[in-house]
Write a protein that binds this ligand. Structure first.
Ligand SMILES: Cc1cc2nc3c(=O)[nH]c(=O)nc-3n(C[C@H](O)[C@H](O)[C@H](O)COP(=O)(O)OP(=O)(O)OC[C@H]3O[C@@H](n4cnc5c(N)ncnc54)[C@H](O)[C@@H]3O)c2cc1C
Length: 333
């Protein structure tokens, strides 16, 4: 599979980059590590005339933590750089756990956090060569008018298949987004649109510049559990992130549970916090939250595994992640 023709523009600053995006709008795409963009270009999933290469923008590669400002990770920081930051595992256990499961070492060396948070949604009917897709007449997301996952409908169910987003959701993260008109901050939970075709609230002339986690989230216990075909490299078929604060008596003071790969968006299990706060660990309570998780996740035939199995694994992972985090103090600082 060969690449289509395109021009690569190399901005020197963020201002340069947003000016280029503004100038070329729908003809342009951002490329960072390229680990998702390049295979998708080879499959002809999109054919931009211009790629704006932001990876060399060193100003966006900064990783910082302070007790006042919290965690700041610039969009072009690589996943390996994040994992190798000495205090990351202690302060943001769920994030280190999730990022450690992304792809394999080569993709983590190249791949950036900005690219991970802006991934394309994935579906077995979409992530295929042009030749393969053409034989079926395309699909709603590309070159067709039918959804092969839910043939009667007009909604695209392609799944959000990134691993860091649920961890950041569990940490109440915010994104920093730049455009010609300045910078805006948006809570991560408002960034994902739960629509396989129109996945994120980011205009074509905007650039994700950083992700922030509030300081009070530092030191939370947490873990990410993931289902995939090959543990060495694959995208998630289901993922569960848990982050919680537990006091010395073992009582949960605050908690978030978030899911990946079972909806067109990564999602918080909204009932989880209410059920857990003020409670001590019990298997019955964990089962109740696991039940809420499977009501939030709606896996369909978007990937190689069956919806029933993935749904069941969301239940198992939620229970296990709560047990590891709470009972065994996994990820405690
Ligand atoms: C074999 C293989 C396995 C993989 N497995 C996983 C996995 O298990 N889990 C997982 O999460 N990912 C997986 N990936 C995808 C990928 O490696 C990572 O998600 C990586 O972090 C993407 O970052 P990138 O910099 O390479 O993104 P790119 O490919 O450069 O970009 C990805 C998307 O984000 C957009 N983008 C990038 N940066 C910005 C920005 N600053 N502002 C606005 N838009 C931006 C691009 O336009 C594009 O749409 C896998 C990839 C491969 C090839």
């Amino acid at each position: 599979m060969t690449l289509p023709a395109f021009r690569v523009l190399q901005p020197r600053t963020v201002e340069d980059a947003v000016r280029m995006l503004d100038e070329h709008r729908s003809d342009a795409m951002v490329i960072a590590g390229g680990t998702d963009v390049i295979p998708n270009l080879q499959m002809r999933l999109f054919t931009p005339r211009v790629l704006v290469d932001v990876k060399p923008l060193r100003e966006l590669a900064v990783i910082e933590f302070s007790a006042r400002q919290g965690l700041h990770i610039g969009a072009t920081a690589t996943l390996t750089h994040i994992l190798e930051t000495p205090w990351m595992r202690d302060k943001f256990a769920v994030l280190a756990s999730a990022i450690g499961t992304v792809a394999g070492p080569l993709q983590r060396n190249m791949g950036t956090i900005g690219g991970n948070l802006c991934l394309e949604t994935r579906c077995r009917w979409y992530n295929q060569s042009h030749f393969w897709r053409q034989s079926l007449g395309g699909c709603l997301k590309k070159d067709g008018d039918i959804c092969h996952v839910a043939p009667g409908g007009k909604f695209c169910w392609a799944a959000w298949s990134g691993d860091s987003a649920p961890a950041f959701l569990a940490l109440d993260a915010e994104l920093e987004i730049a455009s010609l008109s300045g910078t805006r901050r948006v809570p991560l939970r408002e960034f994902y649109k739960n629509d396989g075709m129109d996945r994120i609230a980011l205009a074509r002339n905007e650039l994700l510049t950083a992700v922030h986690v509030p300081a009070h989230m530092a030191g939370r216990r947490g873990v990410y559990q993931k289902l995939r075909v090959r543990d060495s490299i694959d995208y998630p078929l289901a993922g569960v992130a848990v982050a919680m604060e537990v006091d010395s008596a073992g009582i949960c003071k605050d908690a978030r549970v978030a899911l990946s790969a079972v909806n067109p968006a990564p999602m918080l299990v909204t009932q989880a916090g209410e059920s857990l706060i003020g409670r001590k660990w019990s298997l019955e309570l964990a089962e109740r939250v696991a039940h809420a998780a499977i009501q939030t996740g709606k896996p369909l035939t978007t990937s190689g595994s069956t919806p029933v199995y993935r749904r069941d694994m969301v239940r198992v992972f939620t229970r296990r992640a709560l047990e590891e985090t709470w009972k065994n103090g996994h990820g405690s600082a």
